[in-house]
Design a protein around this ligand. Structure first.
Ligand code: NI
Length: 389
């Protein structure tokens, strides 16, 4: 790996990132972003394959010698947030902002593509630079790109997330589970409304809902292996119209998070069983709508070890490589690592000196752009390691 060449690419990555930051587009509407990426890839002489399902696209470099295939992935979408960073490159699209760093992900992957476009000769194997749309909103862009065959014949997939909770200079990941699944449920309880003074003629949906809320709290404590982290939270409960009327209907909504599919499906099954049983005890009926969000993101252990091996050498004294604790947010990179071995890595991007102190999805979010050097270096180091082994 030619580290100095990646260093030389940093000013361009910053320029691309700031352009994207000024012109953010929300999930499923990344039209101009996609056109910008395609034009850059084509200017590097890289073949571009456009997705039919959305604004996703893939740049393909085939080396002069046959070998493995490595997929490097970035996400391109922004969020519905009004930017308040006050930066000179702040969003020019009202109400839309790159508040998660996906502009940086896109710029880093373009940096890696630029790097390899000059190294086709002597390259062994194939590289796919995958720019996906719609990471922020379910069902997400990854599923469609996979269905279109972007992973076909591929040996490994790598993805990064800039991360301001980690200081710039720290990069980290974890073997196995790294990020949670995020599902949502909606339970409608139907009883029989009536006069508040004559409850014996009614079926009170609020009493049934109250009992169910309490019972649902026993799922994580009684039905889930205590060594497996899981969350079940009720977010809303709504029912009734007046203080002297028995409510015919009551609605409960909530979210479920887990780090393995067994726990995730077990919780879903218990919610459905419990809702039906508890409602029935009170003479009511429960209808459960369960929306499966992104699955847990589980890194391949050998690919995590590759990251842990190659990162310290690739980044040298500029960075510290750590094994992270799992975190509860979800990511649709999870779908790629369900299909083929891969690793998702957090690249520290927080820096108080540069006002990069706000959490992701905050209206004043920004990251230290020097982190893009670490990110692009990591992408190249991982791809080199896999292709040349
Ligand atoms: Ni994100």
């Amino acid at each position: 790996m030619d580290k100095r060449e990646i260093d030389r690419l940093l000013p361009e990555m910053v320029e691309w990132r700031r352009h994207l930051h000024r012109h953010p587009e929300p999930s499923y509407q990344e039209k101009e972003t996609s056109a910008f990426v395609a034009a850059k890839l084509e200017s590097f002489g890289i073949e571009v394959k456009r997705s039919k399902a959305g604004y996703g696209l893939t740049g393909v470099i085939k080396g002069s010698r046959p070998g493995k295939t490595v997929v490097l992935r970035a996400d391109m979408d922004a969020l519905h947030i009004t930017e308040e960073s006050g930066s000179e490159y702040a969003s020019q699209n009202p109400g839309i902002m790159h508040a998660c760093g996906h502009d940086g992900h896109t710029a880093m992957l373009l940096g890696a593509a630029a790097y390899y476009s000059a190294r086709r000769e002597g390259l062994q194997g194939e590289l796919r630079f995958l720019f996906q749309p719609a990471e922020e909103i379910c069902p997400g862009g990854a599923k469609d790109m996979i269905a279109e065959g972007v992973l076909e014949g591929a040996d490994a997939v790598y993805g990064l997330h800039l991360w301001t909770p980690l200081p710039v200079g720290t990069v980290g990941s974890a073997p196995g589970p790294l990020m949670a699944s995020a599902d949502e449920f909606f339970i409608d309880i139907t009883g029989k409304g009536g006069h508040g003074g004559m409850p014996h003629r009614t079926v009170d949906s609020i009493v049934a809902a109250a009992a169910l809320v309490t019972q649902l709290q026993t799922i994580v404590s009684r039905s889930v292996d205590p060594l497996q982290p899981a969350v079940l939270s009720i977010g809303t409960i709504q029912g009734g119209t007046a203080q002297n009327i028995i409510a015919e209907r009551c609605r409960i909504t909530g979210t479920v998070r887990a780090f393995d599919e067994e726990t995730r499906y077990a919780i879903r099954r218990r919610i459905e069983e419990m809702a039906a049983a508890v409602a029935a005890v009170y003479g009511a009926e429960a209808q459960v709508d369960y929306l499966m969000g992104y699955p847990p993101l589980v890194n391949d252990e050998a690919e995590f070890r590759r990251f842990f091996r190659v990162a310290p050498e690739a980044l040298g004294d500029t960075a510290q490589v750590i094994q992270m604790e799992k975190i509860m947010p979800a990511e649709d990179f999870a779908y790629y690592v369900k299909e083929i071995p891969g690793c998702f890595i957090f690249v520290g991007a927080g820096n108080a000196d540069k006002n990069a102190v706000y959490p992701h999805h905050h209206s004043k979010f920004d990251f230290d752009e020097d982190a893009m050097l670490h990110g692009a270096t990591l992408l190249v180091a991982l791809a080199d390691s896999c292709l040349n082994e």
